[in-house]
Unconditional design. Structure first.
Length: 304
């Protein structure tokens, strides 16, 4: 446990910002998690992230030992777009859950990367999500970033928080969008009635921004690219539905039936761009469209 005695120089500063600077080995997001879990004590009491430190405060920081990993590695083939000592970028297939959860404790992406990477994964996100910086829905395909060590994870988690990671998705939506480009700026939070869904009408929604542009028009459907400025749960699906253009195949936020017999939404994480945590070089990874998506585009083009 680290103990820090505060001087007047930092008095009045938020505790998460102060500790992020004082404890360089820990990211601000991880410090906020420690605060939330009661692992940071000020003058004998737990505090929230917005607590303003004062001269004379005695701050105790307890970083818990990593939990023993009990998720079973599974020999599941991975479509690897890039790999080095710090990161792994995979092209996630349709129908694969990213990390174990109730009802999905095996055959997940985490089971597969544990087999591939062994103990070379970051532990920041706990035993169920080793190496996972961000996630995509089970029926969304495409680029996903995995970190092999805590240092890389901390750096890239900060990039994600600061919206400096490029994430461009391809999707097919219902209807014919009026404009060639547009932005949906609407907060997203848990649906007030259906807790399994997200909504732009939630009372405590968080800031969410999606930019879109039209790639191809098919009359009743439109092929688009969406770029995320933020990364809320189901963001593209919720935002496109909110403007009357739900994603084709999305029976949660769109029509209950789909004439094309799809397995979930036609949404693909195509471009992922990051600044490499060691080299500082900007890198982009392009996940090819899955076969079902390419076939769907061909069917729509034949109908024109």
């Amino acid at each position: 446990m680290d103990k820090i005695n505060l001087t007047s120089q930092s008095s009045g500063e938020r505790i998460d910002r102060f500790l992020c600077r004082d404890l360089e080995s820990l990211s601000r997001s991880y410090i906020q998690k420690l605060l939330k879990d009661g692992n940071i004590i000020v003058n004998g009491k737990s505090v929230k992230a917005n607590y303003k430190v004062a001269e004379g405060d005695e701050i105790s920081v307890c970083v818990p030992d990593p939990e023993t990993l009990d998720i079973v590695p599974e020999d599941i083939p991975l479509d690897i777009l890039y790999e080095d000592d710090d990161i792994l970028v995979v092209n996630k297939p349709k129908g694969m859950v990213v990390h174990p959860s109730p009802g999905h404790y095996s055959h997940t992406l985490v089971n597969a990367i544990l087999y591939h990477c062994g103990d070379r994964l970051s532990g920041i996100n706990g035993v169920l999500r080793p190496g996972i910086v961000h996630r995509i829905d089970m029926d969304t395909t495409g680029s996903l970033l995995v970190c092999k060590n805590d240092r890389a994870h901390q750096i890239l988690a900060e990039e994600l928080k600061e919206h400096s990671i490029t994430r461009r998705y391809h999707a097919i939506v219902h209807g014919n969008l009026k404009a060639d480009t547009g932005t949906v700026n609407a907060p997203i939070g848990r649906h007030p009635v259906d807790r399994k869904k997200m909504s732009t009408k939630a009372p405590n929604g968080r800031n969410a921004i999606t930019h879109y542009k039209v790639l191809e028009r098919f009359g009743n459907y439109t092929y688009i690219e969406c770029e995320l400025e933020t990364g809320r749960t189901h963001q593209i699906r919720v935002h496109m539905s909110s403007i009357g253009h739900p994603i084709l195949g999305d029976t949660v936020y769109g029509p209950a039936k789909c004439q094309f017999r799809l397995q979930g939404q036609s949404l693909h994480a195509k471009i992922l761009g990051i600044t490499h945590p060691t080299t500082g070089e900007y890198m982009e990874f392009d996940a090819p469209l899955p076969e079902y998506f390419s076939d769907l585009l061909m069917r729509l083009r034949r109908k024109l």
